[in-house]
Design a protein around this ligand. Structure first.
Ligand SMILES: Nc1nc(O)c(N)c(N[C@@H]2O[C@H](COP(=O)(O)O)[C@@H](O)[C@H]2O)n1
Length: 303
């Protein structure tokens, strides 16, 4: 069982991993903390973007010799393949860590996977540690791989009976760009959410969508590396995606117009089939985050 020190380090790794949100796709945002043999933090790191070092590589480089006999705490199963970077499984063995604590296993791991290899090499390995919390960061990536399509978030503003795209007019909505890979908005304009954030050539996004076959569009975006797509627009933009059951979550910015609450609630009828996960307040808006009812993960499958 993971110790309180290991759990605290896992939470630290989860927070670190979020620095990679909106930048690592098609790769996952992963965080790693190395504890030395006495349980002190010796190094930490996260995956910044595809083509650069994995989280484990960065954390081990920071820890140096202090990793020997220590514990690697990592939000995703160490990889078992040499790709753009050496296999994390090999890096951990070379560094002579004694134990590896993992939040979520990798549904795409190669061969028998990093966890099985590390166990076979004699390391103590524990999985499923704070998996639900790690999923707050890795969820879009994991879901996208399992379903073969990006997670779609529809962001809109409700103001005075009008519904319009939130990216641009609502400053708080622009923050969503930092967790997204690409955006589609009114007129079919498509763009990388934050220009060049994924590195040159990593995000292949067609410049326009003609309003036609949404399934084909979503498949093209998945093939181009998009794991999280922001749909910003009124019902006209979202309607084709809603019709195909492709919208996974909505972020609604309800403008504070001083109008009666019952009017606002009727405008939120667009949320049917979604369940509210979070409601918050900013200076000019109430912000509602809602997810499709069927989007809950089976936690038992994460370990
Ligand atoms: N454990 C782990 N830590 C990271 O920091 C990672 N980025 C991954 N990614 C896994 O490896 C695949 C990407 O490999 P390349 O970087 O393209 O060689 C990715 O699909 C994950 O399975 N894992």
């Amino acid at each position: 069982m993971a110790s309180p020190i290991e759990m605290a380090a896992m939470r630290r790794a989860i927070v670190l991993s979020a620095f990679g949100l909106g930048a690592t796709s098609p790769n996952p945002p992963v965080g790693c903390v190395i504890l030395d043999a006495s349980g002190r933090v010796a190094g930490e790191g996260y995956h910044e973007r595809k083509g650069s070092a994995h989280a484990e590589g960065n954390a081990l480089a920071a820890a140096g010799a202090a990793a020997r006999g220590g514990t690697a705490i990592v939000t995703l199963e160490p990889c078992n393949h040499a790709g753009h970077t050496p296999a994390c499984r090999a890096l951990l063995l070379d560094a002579q860590v004694a134990r590896v604590v993992v939040a979520i296993t990798d549904p795409t791991s190669r061969g028998r996977g990093g966890v099985a290899e590390l166990r076979a090499a004699g390391l103590s390995v524990e999985t499923g540690v704070l998996a639900e919390e790690a999923l707050k960061v890795l969820g879009s990536w994991r879901r996208s791989l399992l379903r073969g399509r990006p997670t779609l978030t529809w962001a809109y503003e409700v103001a005075g009976g009008r519904v319009r795209g939130a990216v641009g007019p609502v400053a708080a909505a622009d923050e969503l760009l930092w967790e997204a890979d690409a955006v589609v908005e009114a007129g079919g304009r498509l763009w990388e959410a934050v220009s060049d954030r994924h590195g040159s050539g990593m995000m292949r996004v067609p410049p326009r969508w003609d309003g036609g076959d949404v399934a084909a569009l979503v498949a093209a975006l998945a093939a181009g590396g998009v794991r999280q797509l922001l749909v910003s627009g009124g019902a006209d933009v979202a309607e084709p995606f809603l019709r195909e059951g492709l919208i996974d979550e909505v972020v609604v910015f309800v403008a504070d117009t001083g109008r009666p609450a019952d009017r606002l609630v009727s405008e939120l009828g667009l949320l049917a089939g979604f369940r509210i996960e979070h409601v918050g307040r900013s200076a000019d808006h109430v912000r509602v985050l809602a997810r499709r009812d069927d989007l809950r993960e089976d936690v038992a499958q994460l370990a």
